[in-house]
Design a protein around this ligand. Structure first.
Ligand code: TTP
Ligand code: MG
Length: 359
């Protein structure tokens, strides 16, 4: 394993992050199904699962699932509320640790980062360094992480998810095509269920099939995203890494009871916008795009976005945009959940600190 061309990237991602931190705090829960998220209220709870331990995943529970469904799948799991300040603190410690191992390090969410490690000149040297990072994270923070190593960020990212938890997967340039080929297209970051379904109609299910697809054809189907997904299928990155982590910041609330009072929904949405605005203002960040999410009582969920013509940090303009978006969607049915997300930040990278998502 000595072949090398270009930098060697690591992608480090904590395993079941919030749940692992909770288990570290309560060692008796180790090896047990643990779910972090909304209160299940004996199966009547609303809201969703933030994450869960791998033992809970074996019951079919996963992030984003309604907490009531999780409860049906495993009523005996331990259900814990989200403790964001604790996870942010652990995240900060881990990112500092990763920085010490790196010549370059880009945090991309609360629990993951890309890095170009120091002292790794070839793929042979990657193994002991990756093992040392895994060891140091456990020693310092008592939780495990998975690491992927590869010639690009996309290959490293796919590799880190390949053998979770506590996995270590090294993919050399010469192995990249063979590694990627059999994997489903959904493993490519950015290809979600909808794109995967569209590709499937065209008979494209694996990354190998996508790589062999005519890029002209992909462009006709998906526009510029078609070219980008083809590049990614070949294991090539499509844009330089962005320092500063999250590209958006969002919060949502599930109401204790479905609401049919427009003003109450409006107040909840503008309160959320206010909280997000405070977070951005504290970091001197401006934004352009506001996205509203509304889930109705029948679970139909819609999102609507509004983009300002230029970057803004004006709280009044934000409140107005939220009300305008709400006016267009609140047409009668009761509302179960409302969420606001701000994105398209004006990031002066020298001043931007990392923003954890899912605040
Ligand atoms: P992930 O890294 O996607 O998930 P994870 O660390 O829990 O599990 P994995 O071992 O598969 O990496 O997300 C990091 C944290 O972000 C996660 O612990 C909780 C939070 N999160 C949410 O709150 N809601 C979500 O829908 C997702 C996907 C994550
Ligand atoms: Mg993770």
């Amino acid at each position: 394993m000595t072949e090398q061309s270009g930098p060697i990237f690591f992608h480090v991602d904590m395993d079941s992050f919030y749940a692992s931190v909770e288990i570290r705090e309560r060692p008796l829960l180790a090896g047990k199904p643990v779910v972090v998220g909304a209160d299940p209220e004996g199966g009547q709870g609303r809201g969703v699962v933030s994450t869960c331990s791998y033992e809970a995943r074996s019951f079919g529970i996963h992030s984003g699932m309604p907490i009531s469904q999780a409860y049906r799948l495993c009523p005996y799991a331990t259900y814990l509320p989200v403790r964001m300040p604790l996870y942010s603190q652990v995240s900060g410690n881990i990112m500092a640790l990763l920085n010490r191992h790196s010549t370059e390090c880009w945090q991309v969410s609360i629990d993951e980062a890309y890095l170009v490690p120091s002292g790794v000149d070839d793929y042979g040297a990657a193994l002991p360094v990756a093992e040392k990072i895994q060891h140091d994270v456990v020693a310092a923070e008592g939780i495990t992480c998975s690491i992927g190593v590869g010639p690009s960020r996309v290959v490293a990212k796919i590799a880190s998810g390949y053998q979770k938890p506590a996995g270590l997967t090294i993919v050399t340039p010469g192995e990249t095509a063979r590694f990627l080929a059999p994997l489903p297209v959904g493993k490519i970051p950015g290809i979600g269920g909808k794109t995967a379904a569209e590709l499937q109609i065209a008979g494209i299910e694996t990354i190998g099939q996508l790589a062999e697809c005519d890029v002209q054809q992909l462009m006709e189907w998906f526009g510029r995203w078609g070219i980008a997904m083809h590049e990614l299928s070949l294991g090539r990155d499509i844009r330089p890494p962005r320092q500063g982590g999250q590209k958006s910041l969002g919060r949502e609330v599930t109401f204790a009871e479905d609401l049919d009072d427009r003003e109450q929904v409006c107040t909840a949405a503008t309160d959320l916008a206010g909280i997000l605005h405070e977070h951005l203002a504290a970091r001197s960040l401006r934004f352009r795009t506001v996205t509203l999410k509304v889930r109705f009582a029948n679970f139909r969920t819609i999102t609507r976005a509004f983009s300002f013509p230029r970057f803004t940090d004006d709280p009044g303009a934000l409140q107005q945009a939220v009300r305008m978006l709400l006016d267009a969607v609140l047409t009668g049915p009761k509302v179960r959940l409302v969420g606001i997300r701000l994105s398209a930040f004006d990031c002066d990278e020298s001043r931007q600190t990392t923003i954890g998502d899912y605040l």
